[in-house]
Design a protein around this ligand. Structure first.
Ligand code: GDP
Length: 446
């Protein structure tokens, strides 16, 4: 996903800044220019980028910051907040409730992935215990009903449509009546698309909306359309009461900036992203974890989901306990090094931890990263149990360090390096202390 590159560029710009001895206006300016360039290359609208720069400048007043404050942290936080603000219109989307009938209408251009997304959305809610149903009010595209029928049948979701009827409003109303009678609590209406934004499309959309009075209109947008995203989203917003956005094809070459632009144009949140053609290649979109991941800041709620996905269930409690207790001993670090080296699924899990693999095993430098981890492990092999299990940093006296270096055949400097790395990771780990693991498996944010 090209978005990862955007995240990489922004993180690099922040990193470069923190390498500077003094952070002054010039260094901050260069950093912000670098970030702006990265956003523009990702198809974020120029005006949004300019506003973001101005906002950060307003927040980060270098002269007013007392000496000794961590400027890098303040700037990183400001960048993080700005990106979150760009993606968060401040107005949550309507959320359907189980057992309470809701109507959700999908709009978007032909080829955007609308029909596929209707089924994904229905399937997602079905798995959550809803009784969804699908209505095909797309009478414009030949084959639209067949496609919806096929998808719905596979997912075992009731559907309604017609090969004969050409009036989309009539089909929508009939479908609605039928599924209301059948007590469906989530009636999803797929409307026609066109190749272009044209008056006929918008008029049809308006009529279907008027007749069905949807609780939510979802605008589906192809994530790879680039700078056109803003205008397209705005055109739809002007003709329908768009309340949420779903961005599709984020698995391909989508640069991701389109999502930011769609939010700005519709003032509606992105609620899901499509990440493939398959019915379950569909992810809930949460702004903060998304931006955190983008900036390499770690994503704890994603991490929890991942742990549940890839780890054998009997190993969850132990790991979760260690995570939430926040006791990050050298032994725990050793175990995580073992996992990272395996790079199996658990390796993937730990790569989501803040600071873990991005710094220890940066992309493209896996070999050096591995060698470093092995070196650290050899050093730890010469430690006593008490040292490995201790949480007291004062335990590592000079004489112990000398002994460990000698025992492992390494330099004292290497032992110090390893202990520094441990301290850095322990600090991040400690932030997880006290986090509760709610029943839905998602953790609260950092
Ligand atoms: P519609 O004309 O807007 O109803 O679009 P369709 O639902 O027919 O989708 C158009 C094409 O995009 C189809 O080939 C879908 O399989 C594909 N598609 C939809 N969503 C995604 C996605 O998230 N990722 C990828 N790779 N393809 C998608």
């Amino acid at each position: 996903m090209v978005l990862a590159q955007l995240g990489g560029s922004i993180s690099r710009a922040l990193q470069q800044m923190s390498n500077a001895t003094v952070i002054d206006e010039k260094v901050l300016g260069e950093c912000l220019n670098e970030i702006s360039r990265a956003l523009l290359q990702s198809d974020v609208q120029f005006k949004m980028v300019r506003d973001m720069q101005a906002n950060i400048r307003k927040i980060v007043n270098l002269e007013a910051l007392a000496a000794g404050t961590n400027k890098r942290r303040i700037i990183q936080q400001a960048v993080f907040n700005e990106l979150c603000n760009m993606l968060d219109p401040g107005k949550p989307a309507f959320i359907p409730k189980k057992g309470k009938p809701s109507v959700v209408m999908f709009v978007g251009l032909q080829g955007s992935g609308k029909t596929t997304t209707c089924t994904k959305y229905a399937y997602y809610h079905q798995r959550k215990g809803f009784k969804p149903s699908l209505v095909c009010a797309d009478t414009f595209r030949a084959g639209a009903f067949d496609q919806l029928k096929q998808n719905a049948t596979k997912a075992k979701i009731p559907f309604y449509g017609s090969y004969m009827e050409s009036d989309p409003v009539k089909i929508a109303v009939e479908g609605l009546e039928r599924f209301r009678k059948e007590n469906s609590d989530l009636i999803i209406i797929d409307t026609s698309g066109r190749h272009k934004q044209e008056a006929a499309l918008f008029e049809e959309m308006r009529q279907v909306a008027e007749a069905t009075k949807p609780d939510l209109v979802i605008f589906v947008m192809d994530g790879s359309i680039g700078q056109a995203a803003f205008d397209q989203a705005q055109a739809f917003k002007q003709s329908a009461a768009v309340g949420a956005v779903i961005v599709t094809k984020m698995d391909g070459h989508a640069k991701g900036g389109g999502a930011l632009s769609a939010v700005a144009a519709t003032k509606s949140p992105v609620i899901f992203i499509g990440t493939g053609e398959h019915i379950d290649e569909f992810e809930v979109f949460d702004v903060k974890p998304f931006v955190k991941r983008l900036l390499g800041m770690g994503d704890l709620s994603g991490l929890m989901d991942k742990i549940q996905d890839v780890m054998p269930a009997d190993q969850h409690p132990e790991l979760l306990q260690k995570l939430t207790e926040g006791t990050f001993t050298l032994r725990l670090l050793y175990e995580q090094f073992q996992n990272l080296l395996k790079m199996g699924p658990i390796g993937q899990v730990f790569s989501m931890l803040p600071g873990f693999s991005s710094e220890l095993m940066p992309k493209g430098h896996e070999k050096e990263g591995q060698a470093k981890i092995k070196r650290y492990m050899t050093i730890m092999d010469s430690m006593t149990n008490a040292e490995l299990d201790s949480t007291n940093p004062k335990l590592m006296t000079e004489s112990r360090i000398v002994r460990i270096a000698r025992g492992s055949g390494r330099q004292i400097r290497d032992v110090m390096d390893m202990l520094e790395e441990y301290k850095r990771l322990a600090k991040m780990w400690s932030k997880m202390k006290g986090l509760k693991m709610p029943k839905n498996g998602k953790m609260s944010d950092l």
